[in-house]
Each structure stands twice: as structure tokens, then as C-alpha cells.
Design a protein around this ligand. Sequence first.
Ligand SMILES: [Zn+2]
Length: 508
Amino acid sequence: MKLRLICLYFFICLSSSVFSQDFVSGIVFLDGNSNGTFDAAEKGIKGICVSNGAEVIQTNSDGKWTLPVGNETNLFVVKPANYAVPLNSDKIPQHFFLYKKSDSVASTTSVNFPLVKSEEPKKFSALFFGDTQTRGLKEVNYINHDVVEECIGTNAIFGVSLGDITADGPALFNEINHGIAQIGIPWYNTFGNHDFDREAKNTDEKDATFKRIYGPSTYAFEYGQVVFIDFNNIYFKPDGKYIPHFTDSQISFVKNYLEFVPKNKLVVLIMHAPIVMCDNKEQIFDLISDRKYTFSISGHAHEQLNLFVDKKMGWKGTETHHHLVNATVCGSWWCGLNDELGIPHATMNDGAPNGYSVITFDGANYSVRFKAARRPENYQMNIYLPEEIKISELDTTKILVNVFAGSARSKVEMCIDNFNVWRPLQQVKAIDPEILRMHKLSSLLQKSVDGQSLEDSFGYSMDSPSKSDHMWQTTLPKEIASGTHTVTVKTTDMFGQVFQASRVFRIP
Ligand SMILES: [Zn+2]
């Protein structure tokens, strides 16, 4: 009897929870007149993915979809290839609807997502900005002058910010967006650990401002043969500290979405904290390890790093998974001496200049090209050796090269004067000599003159340099005669791209 009562109790609880489930429906439609409204003459589109952040369904033959929702649920359409979603005045894709049960209009209205046809080439480029991380309007201006202006007129078809858009100041989001929108292409955004709302109490609320401005902090979109899944992988614990982590909902979303993604497509995972830092990265790896075409990208480290994730790091695929820790727009947090235009050089702690990536996608393949801010496209390395070398010290004098976007798969060679004999350099972990020199100036910048801090006039002091992952080293050949000579260094990267630079030195 007692058991039957307990069973009845559980049945009632289960029934009430099942029957109290709310659903939202809508239509994904071809917006022929681009007015954002589903008009009588317009038709729904079949087979488009719509999600509530965990579940994913495809629209039926009439373009209709229905999904369960909670009290607050971010609903979004996955922009399919060869279609575009509306953009707001800051070029932010409007692919989402933030459902709130308390909002009576929202709970009764059907949610329709407009799409317009947009032919997309098989081969296209996109811009990836690591941490823009601004501490105020002055630094918003740095973004504009240092990178936005040179990107105007780009042939990239969209751009992505990889999180830490601001430095603990979501109130600056709109100003940053207004600047980046000048590039004139759709711009996607990623949530970073400095983009949170300070007053929010739990991890679900920390991205409230981000969501209001950019939409869901985990979502997906497609261009050509590529699907992009953008994660919020910053999980705030009750004590307010964060860990890089994927939530159960995010894992469900990826699992459910990939059911609809053919294996011949490239899957690109976008996040702020590098994937290898996530405590449960294996759960994401398990969902993509069986795919031939995968790539992931992050920011956060303020250093450039090409990681080849293998079995030791939890990857189960036969070939390694390439993860790029992208260069940051703010470099080393907008530190370093100001140049003649009043913009800090912001060299990163690994000695690479601040900048961004231009990634070219071609079918399911891709290649990455680093672009240093306000520098020529072929500025890809610094060569270090003394200005003057004694002839007796030739074979003990080290030549050190920082190949900014180099990886374990880069080939780096050098030749002296003529291009007949190329000698290989060895990859080493080393501190970039120039970043060390600049760091040593920091103590001077921390002084004040006539009560005014030198940092305010000349630029913020540099952080401690780190051992860079992309340095190469060798010694000079013995058989160089007295005189002025040129060392030329050539690097061939993992994509077959070749870059070259030269440096002149003297043997008395
Ligand atoms: Zn960060």
C-alpha cells in the first residue's frame, strides 16, 4: 500500500512536470522582401536547424519548428550556407530570439526566423580577432586605428571576435561594435572571461549583457562547406572564479547538431579559453574525433600557439586535431611604448606583434595567415643576431628567429648572401630578445616626473616575457669573409605558405 502511494506520488510529480513543459513554435522563411516579417506570399524553408541551446531540430516541409523552452531560453536558427540572416546596424547577426516566460507577448507569439538567399563561394576568407580587451574609450580608439581601419575593404566575408571583447566593462560593447562595424562585414562574437556582468550571481546570468547585445553565447552558423560552432566555455563557479568548461547543454547541442552535419564538412569550434584548458574537453573530442575535417580556435593566452592535440591530450582521432591559440588584437593588453601615432606597440609576451588571423576556407580545407597590425602582410618574423660579429666568433654566434605564427610543422631555413645553400634552423623554446629589452624599460615607465606618471604619456609597462614556442636557432657558418653580409631566413608553414625576411650584419 505504502509502495503504491509512493508510486502514485511520483507519477503525479512526473505528470505535472511533463504537462507543464512549455513549447515555442515558429517558421524559418524565405524573406523575399527582406522586411523581417513572414508575409502572406512568403514560404517556409525545409530542413533548417533551429535550437534551444541543447536540442536541435530541422524545420519541416512548411519551414515549421517547435522546441521545448524553460523560463528563459535562447532560441536560434543555424544560418545555413548560401543564406544570410538579418544584421543589426552594428553588423551583428540577428539569428536569435531570447524567450522569457515572464514576457507574455513572447510566450504567445510564434517565433519566425527570416533568411535571404546569399550565394557563398566555396573558397572564402574570414577575420579572427583575439582579445580586443579594452579598458576604456581610449583603447576602443586603439582597436579602430590599429586594426579596423586597415580591414576596411577586406575581401573576408565575415569576422569573429574570440572573447575578452572588453576588460571587465560590458558597457563598452556597443562602442567596440560601432568601430568594428566599420569593416562592413557580418561580425560574430564569443564570450570571454572579461565579458561578464559583475553583479550577476551565477554562471547562467554572467553573460546577460553579452546575450542582450550579441544573442546566445553558444550558437552555430554555416558558410560554404564549413560549420562554425561558437561556445561560451567560461564557467563561473559559486565562488565567482571561472574554469574553462563545457556545460551539459553545450555538449548536447553539439551532439544533436552534428547529427545533421555531413562528414564531408569542416567543423570549426570557436571559443575563448583554449580547448586544452577545458576540464571536460574529452567530451567534445568524443563528438568530433571520428571526423576527418576539424579545427578549433581560441584567444585568451595573448600569445600565438599552434597546438596539435593528440591521444595524450584526450584526442581519439587517427590524426591530430589542430587548435590555434589566436594572436590578440590588444597584444599584451595594449601595453608598451606608444609610437608616433600614440598607439602602443602592444607586442605579445612571446615577441609576436599584436594582430589577427585571416583564415581562408576552401571546401573542407583551411589555411591561416597571421596579420600584424599596421604592418605589411609579409611581416612574419624577426631575425636577431649582433650588428657586428668577430670573424673568430662566427661559429659560436647564435642567430635567433621569431616566426610569429610558426609551429612544430614549420620548416625554417637560412642562407648567407646568395640563395644557393639553405641551412635548417632548430626550433627552441626561448625568450624573444626584443621583448626582454622592452620589458626591462618598464621600471623607467613606472616613474613619475613633476607628479605625472610616465606611463600615462609614454605607454604602459610590459608584462614579464614568456618562453616563446615559435623560435628557431642556429649558428653562423665559419666560412664568411670580412665585410657586410645579409642573412635571409625562409619559412614554410604547415599550409605550404612561404615567407622570407633578411637582416644585414657586419664582420670587421
Ligand atoms: Zn581571457
